[in-house]
Design a protein around this ligand. Structure first.
Ligand SMILES: Nc1ncnc2c1ncn2[C@@H]1O[C@H](COP(=O)(O)OP(=O)(O)O)[C@@H](O)[C@H]1O
Ligand SMILES: O=P(O)(O)O[C@H]1O[C@H](CO)[C@@H](O[C@H]2O[C@H](CO)[C@@H](O)[C@H](O)[C@H]2O)[C@H](O)[C@H]1O
Length: 470
């Protein structure tokens, strides 16, 4: 969707030039960044080099560094705003605050500015506020704090700004509109109330670079969104239900209706102009992703033949049949939904799977991918919440699917089931790679699902063929 663009062609817009981090700062950043949850490269050696640095034009002293992180597979750009403050001594045994990057030779601390009120104020002052021209007259930072939850970006809770808001600073940035800004805006514009409204965003002008043509697209640095009051995180809630022996079916059914409503609204908000894919293409794409997953997580490699066979089952009566694509969420799971105080659900985080390239994440896709993502999440909640009932996850799945199909009728036939299984497997493989890099203790959750799906979708083994694991 179009944005009212500030003319940034010959100037830095809301920013002022600033020096790149010097050697001492760079050494601290190189030691600190890879241990952050948001650091995008999870294994292998990385090279971190300064790319662009700028200050904020309101006179505050934070400096935003964009650093190139070159990993074994790709080079990405990471946003790290910093401030220098007089050093604070922490008692022996006391944990240093999460914003502490290190102490410089002159005795000052280099800190993550995401936890700094002067940076918040500067950001809010310089951001583009929706269709309005200016921020609210008063920016009350009472109760504001940086969140320390598990997330791919860094968010700051601002309970007194604009009636309650949350600021998300994108950690991995790229030229082009971040879907986490434009997709919710488009959904709000078509009147869908299942998403909290974006209130303001901040973008950095593009810059010519090497063979990138002049006028490279602006880079989205973050988005301010309205706060969902009295919200419960969907994953924590589901885990608590599982632990407490409470059925999640009713909430799951409502969630199914919400996800269906989201798909209907996305079709209207961002029409995909009749784009389709053929089954042959889908099979080869799923196999490509499986091979890439196997290359990243060795535990998948031995299962590849069985995975390929399961994808081979993906045949419709008319092989020529085409599947319709549309804009989808792309990384839907219980941690991306909030249950508001009134029991309704809100969907967050339209950035897609953070481990995939932006261009891939923006493409129209199959809505069943979102359904499969949420189904995987019930399995996670049952495992993490140590569900006491053996049917906890299947009850939630069935209720979710019933709620979804009630609001977005889809055929209930063998092909639909096989397609859903294939996409659940695709998601479980992604999760194996994700857990191997982030939470190795949880690797068994998606791996168990991979084996279950392989056993369930097991094709009749041709003579002499090796057996499917599971
Ligand atoms: N609009 C909102 N209202 C209340 N809480 C929110 C809102 N948006 C996000 N959160 C909370 O902020 C945290 C991070 O949000 P999320 O958008 O999923 O981050 P990330 O993309 O970095 O993973 C989650 O704990 C989520 O529950
Ligand atoms: O929320 P993000 O955009 O950062 O998504 C990534 O991290 C998620 C974990 O925080 C990960 O989700 C996986 O774990 C969840 C429980 O923590 C579970 O509910 C999901 O079903 C499971 O996929 C997500 O895959 C990853 O992209």
């Amino acid at each position: 969707m179009s944005r009212r663009r500030i003319d940034l062609t010959d100037q830095l817009g809301p920013f002022v030039p600033a020096p790149a981090p010097d050697d001492a700062q760079l050494a601290l950043l190189r030691a600190w960044m890879p241990a952050r949850r948001w650091f995008p490269v999870k294994s292998g050696t990385t090279t971190i080099t300064p790319w662009r640095s700028f200050g904020l034009a309101d006179g505050s002293d934070a400096i935003v560094h964009l650093l190139r992180v070159e990993g074994p597979e790709a080079t990405v750009t990471v946003q790290v705003p910093v401030v220098r403050r007089p050093s604070v001594t922490h008692a022996v045994g006391q944990e240093v605050p999460p914003s502490w990057i290190g102490t410089l030779g002159d005795g000052t601390d280099l800190l993550d500015a995401c936890d700094d009120p002067t940076f918040w104020r500067a950001w809010l002052t310089l951001a583009q506020w929706g269709e309005a021209d200016a921020p609210p007259a008063s920016l009350d930072l009472a109760g504001a704090r940086m969140l320390t939850v598990e997330q791919s970006n860094t968010s700051i809770l601002l309970p007194a700004v604009a009636g309650g808001a949350i600021l998300k600073l994108f950690r991995t940035v790229a030229p082009g509109a971040n879907p986490d800004v434009d997709v919710p805006r488009a959904l709000v514009q078509v009147g869908w109330d299942g998403v909290p409204a974006p209130l303001a965003w901040l973008e950095l002008a593009g810059e010519d670079e090497g063979d990138v043509p002049a006028g490279a697209e602006p880079i989205d640095l973050g988005v301010l969104t309205e706060l969902v009051p009295d919200a419960s995180d969907g994953f924590q809630l589901a885990c608590a239900y599982a632990t407490g022996g409470l059925s999640f079916a009713e909430d799951a059914a409502e969630l199914g209706r919400t996800v269906a409503g989201m798909h209907v609204a996305l079709r209207q908000a961002l029409p995909a102009a009749g784009q389709t894919v053929g089954l042959a293409w889908l099979r080869s794409e799923l196999r490509r992703r499986a091979r890439a997953a196997a290359a990243s997580a060795s535990v998948i490699a031995g299962r590849l033949p069985a995975i390929e066979r399961l994808y081979g089952l993906l045949e419709a009566p008319g092989e020529a049949s085409l599947l319709e694509l549309q804009h989808i969420h792309g990384d839907l799971h219980l941690g991306q939904v909030l249950r508001a105080g009134d029991g309704t659900w809100r969907v967050l985080d339209f950035e897609g799977e953070p481990m995939r390239p932006l261009e891939e994440r923006q493409r129209p896709d199959l809505p069943v991918r979102d359904v499969a993502g949420m189904l995987r999440s019930f399995d996670y909640a049952a495992a993490v919440g140590e569900a006491t009932s053996p049917t906890w996850a299947t009850d939630a799945r069935d209720a979710f699917l019933a709620g979804y199909t009630e609001a977005y009728p889809t055929p209930d036939d063998a092909f639909t089931q096989t397609l859903r299984d294939a996409l659940e497997l695709d998601k479980a493989l992604y999760e194996v790679v994700y857990e191997a890099g982030n939470r190795p203790d949880w690797l068994g959750i998606p791996l168990g699902a991979v084996d279950r799906l392989l056993a369930h979708g097991k094709p009749p083994a041709p003579d002499g063929d090796e057996p499917v694991p599971g």
